[in-house]
Write a protein that binds this ligand. Structure first.
Ligand code: GAR
Length: 193
């Protein structure tokens, strides 16, 4: 991705549905000297998402859209993002699938983090499926978003070893800790930094 002129930080929106711990890590990263991005908008489909509290904490604008009528919500969102000069989107635990039309409007500018070693374990309930299959390793992946679920070009991955004692909860926690480091690293890589 090419940095905009004058080395201004690329204006980024983060989309969440829940806790927002990845949003927090991105917000902290965005304040560092080396960050090529600024976080200027938070979007959620869930008005009860805990992560929305980071809007106040980091002084970031926020918007909740139900996505019950996807087309309507997405069109509204596109106009809000345009008005706020948003150039890039980071999905961070966003549990809605964006339409082809929406993705086209931000072609090559949407990133996602997924808690598995893609292309393995796309979709939901990743950790339980990994444990059921007695995998020795899992991990997390940051990738570009294309029209197919969890299938865009991989930017970076981190492998995590699974221990015999791991449960869905313990594995999720271990992987989440790695996600917080991987997402900022992947952003630096996208900008060739
Ligand atoms: C993270 O583990 C993220 O990888 C996962 O949801 C969690 C969100 O945590 N995303 C997906 O499963 C996307 N399909 P957070 O809200 O604390 O960042």
């Amino acid at each position: 991705m090419v940095l905009s002129t004058g080395h201004n930080r690329v204006r980024t929106a983060v989309f969440i549905s829940g806790t927002g711990s990845n949003l927090k890590s991105l917000a902290i990263f965005s304040k560092t000297k080396i960050s090529p991005i600024s976080i200027n908008f938070i979007v959620s489909n869930n008005s009860k998402a805990k992560g929305l509290n980071y809007a106040k904490k980091f002084k970031i604008k926020k918007k909740v859209l139900s996505f019950k009528n996807k087309k309507l919500s997405e069109n509204k969102l596109l106009s809000i993002l345009k008005k706020n000069n948003i150039e890039m989107i980071c999905l961070a635990g966003f549990m809605k699938i964006l339409s082809k039309n929406f993705i086209k409007k931000f072609k090559g500018k949407i990133l996602n983090i997924h808690p598995s070693l893609l292309p393995k374990y796309k979709g939901l309930n990743t950790h339980q499926r990994v444990l059921n299959n007695k995998e020795k390793y899992s991990g997390c992946t940051v990738h570009f978003v294309n029209a197919r679920l969890d299938s865009g070009k991989i930017i970076l991955q981190k492998k995590v070893r699974i221990s015999k004692k791991d449960t869905e909860t313990s594995l999720a926690k271990k992987i989440l800790a790695q996600e917080h480091k991987l997402y900022p690293k992947a952003i630096l890589k996208v900008f060739n930094l």
